[in-house]
Every structure is written in structure tokens, then in C-alpha cells.
Design a protein around this ligand. Structure first.
Ligand code: GDG
Length: 725
């Protein structure tokens, strides 16, 4: 377990006290039946401890590993980048977010301290579960260090809309940082959706619903709604003195009806808006003023930070104003309790409250809502309670039978308070029952188990596994060549030997590729062909005169040995269909900014790589449908490739070209590699008397027997070159 804070705070003398807050409280209930070490900050500044090694030793005995932070770290990483940049931004509060290069530098530094600490304690093959926005960069930092760890990351806050997220100056680094994980978890589907759209909008990376293929690995994403510490509350409520606590509350209430509010004093929790709704309720309902008591438990949080101190003062002032206006001798309608309570007391508050008002303006999940419902027991109270819940809390997704409110709409909240108080008992019970059964099953223990189970399913591999699979294949093939067998290599170019870029003409070979291809092609037992959709000019300019045969335009033309005259595989290809389709594609291009049509001899290609990704994708699908029906009686095939829609002659395919070359070269072995749908025509061949190897580069369905990524294929080719005599 890795979180910014350990679940305990260590004082300078080494003594420990438990910390409050959602993460600590949920994880306390998430006992896992595995040996566990918890890595985190022990509280305080490094300089405050008399002897850090002593603290470290005693904590290690308790299953914890402290990451000590200096005062500079606390200022830059914690108060700065984590709490003054990321926290407000992830909660949609752009105007509160502050940016500083120094904070960012320190955030990176501290994330590295955490990564180093993990590497110190983790054993090869361990599961590492990293929590929350303080540690966004740690997953990718662990990737550089080869221990075969399985890394999970869970975000406890919302993930804001990509329109907000892109405000962050370090948005790309943050996204790439978290993508180092094998599984990334969110509370709700909409947070996951926002994250996916940030990947698309910020990095231009498309994802599937369940994840993406990144850096040669699959990164899974999932929705894992956190539960509360059910066992913990159960324990408190079963204690002998619990009924005494409940009784004390009831006596103190003296028949008044309690409307309970529990939260950390944080601006995301919507306390000023809530006070506005209380005021409106008291204005509108004079008959209830004297027998309703708002209990406002606000646990101090981030004290000493200006904004939090100001918020505390504002709340105190407004509570005073409401009490001044609506109170009378012996009764103040709002009780502001600015401190934390033991869990047992909290359970007694939950059990005796008639209404719980949970009205954050943004909240990742909100556990208070779940805890309140759990602690409602018919045997303890006269009347079941009612939950009023903000639609901006993640919990609103699950707790459908709560009264949902928009916390900014003061009238709606005030009316809901009245509705809750007036609600008949049978309706209250039906609502509570429906929610209770679910949340007791889905407590924090179940949540942790489900997340870790998912992480367990991730194939156990280290970073270089993609490459490793290809190495034995290279060795096997080289061995046969060294024994006198002939090999033909058919390699696609874009997405196979070279990554995609925005402007296709910029995708020229890197410096290592031409010598590699030349070395392979000059071997007397190897014939090599680059089989591409590119036009002849590009291929000849960048890959000509290396000894490799070039096949262009998806198998329409070829240049034997990479020099001389281009020839046609089939001189009788019909192209009469082109005029009509060209007009259609050009229209689509005019209506979709960032797209263009490329005309080839035997094909037409509509490119949308530079269009708005979602709009381009939508238009491509529409186009695909239109073209398929237009092409029904034409000798063409329509296909949707990497950011292209292509209409090409049926008489031309990479498969047909490769078939032709295999006939010509008569190799003992042939290997084809490609990433695209058009490469599947090569994979589908079944050459006689030739051992045939098929390699798919990247994700997607395929007939190929092997799969790798661009780096993996490159390593394969290098390995082959090396192993040849
Ligand atoms: C973050 C996300 C997400 C409160 N007062 C006392 C006390 N608490 C405990 C509650 C509850 C926890 O603190 C508060 O949890 P929340 O979920 O409401 O909110 P955050 O602290 O903001 O937590 C949040 C959570 O992480 C988990 O993923 O739900 O959205 O912001 O458990 O019981 N505990 C004790 N005394 C108090 O006075 N003992």
C-alpha cells in the first residue's frame, strides 16, 4: 500500500496517533489477507524527528515504511502542487488552482522519493497499490526499475472534465505518469470517461473502454466504487457502552430533530452553500425553527493554509449570523462542532440523526453518506432517517434512493430538508433498505479485494516481456538460415517499422533503420521487402537503394532490390470507379476540418489524423457506411485503418503482392509483420513449402500467430542480424 499519508501520524518522540479522512478510514476497513507493507509520509518534517532511523525501525515492525519529507517538500509537494494545484483542479475549481514551477519540481522529487522507498521494500513480483493524486508520477517511475512489479493506481478524487484538466501546465507528464500502472481505478464511470478523454485530447491517444496499449503493455482501467469501513462501525455499535452514547445524544437533543452534517472543513464540501440552504429553510418554515437542530461537524483540515483559515472564519461568522437571527433563549438552530470525534461517537451521531445532509459541491465518493445509512438501525431509533445527497458526489451514482440535490440550488436543498422531515416512515424505510443491503456488501474490504483481484489478473510480466517473446523467434530463424535455409521478410512500414506522426511525410526512418535493413537484405539467404501503402516516391527516397525490394500502394507497384524501374504487379487493374468515390470523399473532407483526400493509382484514401479525434472518428464511421453501399457493385474494397478510410481496388492487395514474391523467391521460410487491416491479407496467405511466420504489431484482432510492438519488432530484427553468421 502506498499513500501520501500513513494511517497514523508519528510524533517527534516516535508515538503514533490515527489520522482521520476518507482514505485512512476506508483503508482501515480494507484488511487484506496478504502480507502487507504500507509506505507513506509519517507526518511532520524530517527535521522534527530526533532519530529517523529509530522511527523507521519501530515502524517497520508495525508493517509501515516511512517516507520522510523535508519542510521544503511539505511546502512544495504537499501544500503546493498537491493541495493548491491538483486538488482544486480535480474538483473543477480552476480559479482556486495556483501554479508554480518550483512546486512542480518538488512534486517530481517527492514522487521519486516514494518510488525509491517502494523499490527498497518491494520484492520481485509484488503487487504495489498506489493511492491518490499526490503520487500520480510514481507508477511510471517504477517502470524504469526492473522488478516485475504489478502496479495498481486508485484515484480517490474526481477526475475532472478534460476541458478543465488541460489547464494544468504539466498535464502530459501527469497522464503519462499514471499510465505506468497496470490497473487504474476510479470511483465512477464518469471520472474514467474524463480520464480517457484527457488521454485523447491532451496526448491524442485513443483508448478502449477497458484500457489501452501503451509502451508495449496493456494498461487496464476500471470503475471500483469505494465502500466505507462497515466492519469498523459494526464493531463500535456492538460495544457495551454504545447504547449509553446513543442515550446521551437523545437526552441532549431533548426531543429536537437532528439534521446532521459531517465533513472535513474543505471548500469542496460546500459548507457556505449548505448554510445558505439552512437559512432558507429556517426562513420558509417558522413552525420548525424551534425543534430542528443542525449539527455541523467540521473536522479541521489543512490548518494554517490561508484559504482554509478564511473558510473557517466565514463559516463561524455565518453560523453566528443564523443563530443570531433564528435562535432564542435556550436554543440555537445551528451547532458548529469544529473538531474530530472518536469513531464510536460518530456512529452515535449517525444512529440518532433524523436527516443527514451531504451536500459537497464536488466529491470523489463521500463516505459519510454510506456510513450514515449503515448506522441507521430500527432497533436503536424511533424513526428511520433520510439521506439528502449532492448529485456532485460520486456516491450519488450508487445511492439512488437518497433525495438528490444540486448543492448550489439553495431553494431545492431547503425544500428537500422539509420534504425529508415530512417523509412518512414507511417511505423512509423502503429507501434505506434498498441502499443498506448494497452498501453493506460493498464495503471497503470488498472494494480492496475486487481491485487487487483485478490487479492479480494482469499478466505477471516485467517491462521487456514483449521484446523477450520475439528474441527466441529471431534465434530460431537465424539458426535455420545459418544451416542454409532461405528467408523472405515482408515488413509493413507505418505502424510497424515507424510510429505514426501527425504529418505522414514526417514519418521518415530513424537513423538506425536503413543500416539494419541493408545488413539484412545483403545476406545471400535473405530477401527483404517493405510492403507499404505509401506512394513510390516516398519509399524510394527514404528506403531505396538498400537492397530491399519496395512494394508501394498496397501492392500495386514494386521496385525490385529498391532501385531501377517501378513495375506493376497487375497491369490490368480497373480504375474507372475512382471519379465518383473521389467526389464523395472530397465533400466529406470539406465538411470535416483537418482531413484530406490522397489519390493513389489504385486507391483513394481519406485521412483524418489531424481532425478533432471524436468528430473525425464519427465522420469516418458514417463515411464507411456510405462507401460500403456505394461500392457494392464495384471492384473495390473499403476499409477503416489507422485514422484513414480507404477505398482500394479489389485487384490489388498486399497479400497478392506477397504471394507473387513468394512464388518468385521460393524461400524456405517467410515472415510477415504489420499493424493494419491491410496487412491481414498477408497474414491470410498459406504458402506451400514455406514455413510461414506472422507477426501483428500492436493491438487489435488479427490472424497472426505472434504479437509485439514497434520496439519488439526492432529488437527481433536486430537480434536476427546479430545471430546470423
Ligand atoms: C477522500 C475523497 C472519497 C469525519 N469526521 C470524523 C471522521 N470522519 C471520517 C468519516 C469518513 C471520512 O472521515 C471522510 O470521508 P469522505 O469520503 O467523506 O471525504 P474525504 O476525506 O474528502 O476523502 C472522498 C474518499 O477519499 C475515499 O475514497 O470518498 O470523495 O475526497 O470516513 O467517517 N472520523 C472520525 N471522527 C470524525 O470526527 N473518527
Amino acid at each position: 500500500m502506498v499513500s501520501n499519508r500513513l494511517p497514523v501520524k508519528i510524533d517527534s518522540d516516535g508515538s503514533a496517533t490515527r489520522t482521520a479522512g476518507g482514505l485512512a478510514s476506508a483503508l482501515e476497513g480494507a484488511k487484506i489477507d496478504k502480507e502487507q507493507i504500507w509506505v507513506g509520509w509519517p507526518g511532520g518534517a524530517e527535521g522534527d524527528f530526533d532519530d529517523t532511523s529509530k522511527v523507521k525501525k519501530s515502524m517497520q515492525e508495525a508493517g509501515m515504511f516511512p517516507v520522510f519529507l523535508t519542510q521544503d517538500d511539505l511546502d512544495g509537494f504537499y501544500e503546493g502542487y498537491s493541495n493548491s494545484t491538483l486538488w482544486p483542479l480535480l474538483h473543477y475549481m480552476v480559479e482556486r488552482a495556483k501554479f508554480s514551477q518550483d512546486w512542480w519540481d518538488n512534486y517530481k522529487l517527492v514522487n521519486q522519493k516514494f518510488a525509491d522507498a517502494i523499490m527498497e521494500v518491494a520484492e520481485p513480483g509484488d503487487q504495489v497499490w498506489i493511492h491518490d493524486y499526490h503520487l500520480f508520477l510514481v507508477p511510471s517511475m517504477l517502470r524504469g526499475m526492473e522488478k516485475g512489479l504489478r502496479v495498481g493506481f486508485f484515484l480517490h478524487t474526481p477526475f475532472c472534465s478534460s476541458e478543465i484538466f488541460r489547464v494544468l501546465p504539466n498535464r502530459s507528464e501527469i497522464l503519462k505518469g499514471v499510465l505506468g500502472a497496470d490497473v487504474i481505478g476510479f470511483h465512477t464511470y464518469s471520472y474514467m470517461r474524463h480520464f480517457r478523454s484527457a488521454l485523447l485530447r491532451v496526448l491524442g491517444w485513443e483508448t478502449e473502454m477497458e484500457g489501452l496499449w501503451h509502451d508495449g503493455r496493456e494498461v487496464h482501467m476500471g470503475v471500483f466504487p469505494i465502500g466505507h469501513n462497515h466492519i469498523g462501525f459494526e464493531r463500535e455499535m456492538a460495544a457495551d457502552d454504545f447504547m449509553d452514547r446513543v442515550q446521551k445524544h437523545r437526552e441532549a437533543l431533548a426531543g429536537k430533530r437532528m439534521i446532521l452534517n459531517v465533513e472535513r472543513l474543505d471548500y469542496t464540501k460546500g459548507i457556505p452553500q449548505k448554510l445558505g440552504a439552512m437559512r432558507r429553510f429556517l426562513e420558509n418554515n417558522p413552525d420548525k425553527r424551534d425543534n430542528v437542530l443542525f449539527v455541523l461537524i467540521a473536522v479541521p483540515s489543512r490548518q494554517g493554509v490561508k484559504e482554509y483559515d478564511e473558510l473557517t472564519e466565514d463559516v463561524q461568522r455565518e453560523v453566528g449570523a443564523i443563530n443570531g437571527e433564528f435562535g432564542k433563549v435556550g436554543h440555537s438552530p445551528v451547532q458548529f462542532l469544529h473538531r474530530g470525534f472518536p469513531m464510536a461517537d460518530l456512529a452515535a451521531f449517525y444512529a440518532t440523526a433524523e436527516v443527514c445532509l451531504v451536500s459537497p459541491v464536488r466529491d470523489g465518493m463521500n463516505l459519510v453518506a454510506k456510513e450514515f445509512l449503515d448506522c441507521q438501525r430500527p432497533e436503536l431509533i424511533d424513526r428511520p432517517g433520510v439521506l439528502i445527497l449532492s448529485e456532485f458526489a460520486g456516491a450519488a451514482n450508487e445511492l439512488a434512493q437518497a433525495l438528490h440535490v444540486n448543492p448550489y440550488d439553495v431553494d431545492e436543498v431547503a425544500n428537500s430538508l422539509n420534504r425529508a422531515l415530512e417523509m412518512p416512515d414507511d417511505e423512509r424505510l423502503t429507501r434505506i433498505d434498498a441502499m443498506q443491503s448494497r452498501l453493506r456488501k460493498q464495503d471497503s474490504g470488498t472494494w480492496a479485494k475486487l481491485f487487487l483481484k483485478h490487479l492479480d489478473k494482469v499478466p505477471h510480466r516485467d517491462e521487456r516481456v514483449v521484446v523477450m517473446q520475439m528474441k527466441p523467434l529471431a534465434k530460431k530463424i537465424a539458426k535455420q538460415i545459418n544451416a542454409g535455409k532461405k528467408l523472405s521478410l515482408f515488413l509493413d512500414y507505418d505502424g510497424t517499422l515507424r510510429d505514426f506522426v501527425d504529418v505522414p511525410d514526417d514519418a521518415i526512418p530513424d537513423e538506425h533503420l536503413p543500416p539494419l535493413l541493408r545488413d539484412l537484405a545483403k545476406h545471400p539467404l535473405i530477401s527483404l521487402a517493405i510492403v507499404s501503402g505509401r506512394p513510390p516516391e516516398f519509399l524510394e527516397t527514404h528506403l531505396g537503394r538498400l537492397g530491399a525490394t519496395l512494394v508501394g500502394e498496397h501492392g500495386y507497384r514494386w521496385l525490385e532490390g529498391g532501385e531501377g524501374e517501378w513495375k506493376l504487379f497487375n497491369p490490368y487493374v480497373s480504375t474507372e470507379w475512382k471519379a465518383n468515390i473521389l467526389e464523395h470523399l472530397e465533400q466529406a473532407s470539406l465538411l470535416t476540418p483537418g482531413t484530406h483526400v490522397e489519390e493513389k493509382q489504385s486507391a483513394l484514401v481519406w485521412h483524418y489524423r489531424k481532425a478533432d479525434p471524436e468528430f473525425g472518428h464519427w465522420r469516418a464511421r458514417a463515411l464507411l457506411e456510405e462507401l460500403t453501399s456505394m461500392a457494392a457493385n464495384l471492384p473495390v474494397t473499403v476499409h477503416h485503418g489507422q485514422k484513414i478510410v480507404e477505398v482500394s481496388s479489389l485487384q490489388v492487395s498486399k497479400g497478392q503482392a506477397v504471394d507473387h514474391l513468394i512464388d518468385l523467391w521460393k524461400p524456405d521460410m517467410a515472415l510477415v509483420a504489420g499493424d493494419d487491416q491491410t496487412d491481414e491479407t498477408m497474414m491470410a496467405l498459406t504458402p506451400e513449402n514455406t514455413e510461414f511466420f506472422t507477426v501483428k504489431v500492436g493491438k487489435g484482432s488479427t490472424r497472426a500467430k505472434h504479437r509485439t510492438d514497434i520496439t519488439g519488432l526492432r529488437v527481433f530484427l536486430e537480434e536476427l542480424r546479430q545471430a546470423l553468421k
